[in-house]
Write a protein that binds this ligand. Sequence first.
Ligand code: NAI
Length: 281
Amino acid sequence: MTAVSVIGLGTMGQGIAVAAAAAGHVVAVFDQPERLEGCVRALSDRFARYTANGELKITAYGVLGDAVRGAEIVIEAVPEDLGVKHELFKDLNAHLDPAAVLATNTSSLPLDQLAGPVAAPERFLAAHFFNPAELIPGVEVAATPRTAQESIDRLTTFLHSCGKEPILVAPRAGFVANRLQLALFLEALACVEDGTATAEEVDAVIRRTVGFRLPAYGPFTIADMAGLDVYHAILGVLQTEYGPRFAVPERLQELIDAGRLGVKAGAGFREYSRSDAADLV
Ligand code: NAI
């Protein structure tokens, strides 16, 4: 059982608090005093929907110092604004336990810049949850060069205990998920704007075709299943039609030149045994 404080109790903070409370952790929450009551009511509703008959055990505070006293892990989910987060971190410096790990739920702000005012950068890192945080298992974890391995270990142990799957990625803007999500979104918008399909039709295509396979395999396994030579041919057509954003990347060309055409060749982005290949038809 870990003492956790969640700071900022909006869309994300509520979900994170629900996930931690449902896992039996001691959860303290903090938001601006005038918003606190409404946020806690929303959190209670979400907890009830999530657990059916569990008893919500959280303590809500309107004073930051009280909310983080004794906390082993503090998760920050205030708005995506560098100034707001920096002000909060400055305030936290005066209150955090010397051993507390401070995790930011930022979606896109560069981690080294965010770390600026943090007094203990060795205990600062990112835990990027996905909405709704009580339901989505994956959490991107990113550390700066100054983050101690022990802080990464403590955060990932905590996330596992909440039933989450931490995935360690580099601290680059947007990490992995938002870069992929936004790349897909931009091309989806291009499909609507050039008249290929309506927004509803694009959503339907994603849900019933590529989106249907993505959760099981991920884009690289799907590419290897399709055949990298096939991707190469498709990119050629798309580049002619839509321009250089569909140019064949060097890495893809190298794999093709090396005969790594995907599952059918026994290797593509990764190696495939005979039984892998049989499973992936
Ligand atoms: P939100 O606007 O729903 O919630 C922010 C909460 O922080 C509000 O309840 C607000 O009253 C409170 N707040 C503002 N200033 C504060 C302060 N100084 N101290 C304490 N509380 C304060 O925002 P949301 O969507 O929950 O996002 C929070 C963070 O999570 C952002 O960094 C965002 O980029 C990130 N995030 C958002 C996701 C989403 O799908 N909405 C997904 C993953 C990350």
